[in-house]
Design a protein around this ligand. Structure first.
Ligand SMILES: [Zn+2]
Length: 204
């Protein structure tokens, strides 16, 4: 009887052991490979400074954020405006990090951008080139700001935005060698409603 009990116990103990090993393995997999932290990158539409945010992947709550100056932002501060309120536009790249802060996931998605500005891919110094080559940095500033967020699909503002974006893009892919692609004062005034009887709704 005693030997029979012992043999019955052994597979149970073995099963428990297997379960423990599987749980530990899953725990380790989670610790090392699960992206618990999501890091996203923003750039200021005015000066080109970088802003980085780390959030908990599942809940989206902010863990930390910090700024990193770039060649463009240093130049802008020294030559155009000593101070301004940064306007952050989310870029197309994001990273997932494990609990130890190691990168376990890299994403490059055009849909991550929070404004067409990010699709210009200006990097750390091209924004500075835009200001240097523009006849009027104030105009360049306004035009870049118009690309900081997406205007509603189909709106007159969106048409203007698309036009500004494509001119910048054409100019940029031609190495910024062509003349400045905007007329003096162009796109600087607010968009006028095309139908006076049906103006765009204004906030109350
Ligand atoms: Zn800025």
């Amino acid at each position: 009887m005693v030997t029979a009990d012992k043999t019955a116990l052994q597979p149970r103990r073995f099963n428990r052991w297997i379960r423990t090993v599987i749980l530990i393995a899953l725990g380790l997999l989670f610790l090392f490979y699960f992206p618990v932290i999501r890091e996203t990158y923003f750039r200021c539409a005015i000066c080109g400074m970088t802003h980085i945010e780390q959030r908990v992947t599942a809940f989206g709550c902010l863990i930390s954020s910090w700024e990193r100056p770039t060649e463009s932002s240093d130049w802008y501060q020294a030559n155009v405006e000593p101070e301004h309120k940064h306007v952050w536009v989310r870029g197309t790249y994001a990273e997932g990090k494990n609990v130890f802060g190691q990168t376990v996931l890299m994403q490059q998605l055009t849909s991550l951008a929070s404004g067409p500005f990010s699709w210009l891919y200006l990097g750390n110094y091209k924004q500075m080139e835009i200001y240097k080559l523009s006849p009027d940095p104030a105009q360049a500033r306004v035009l870049l700001l118009k690309l900081a967020h997406f205007e509603p699909e189909g709106s007159p503002e969106r048409k203007v935005q698309d036009e500004i974006y494509s001119r910048f893009w054409e100019w940029r892919i031609n190495g910024m060698q062509d003349p400045w692609p905007f007329e003096e004062g162009e796109f600087l005034s607010p968009v006028q409603p095309t139908d006076p009887d049906n103006p765009p709704s204004s906030p109350d």
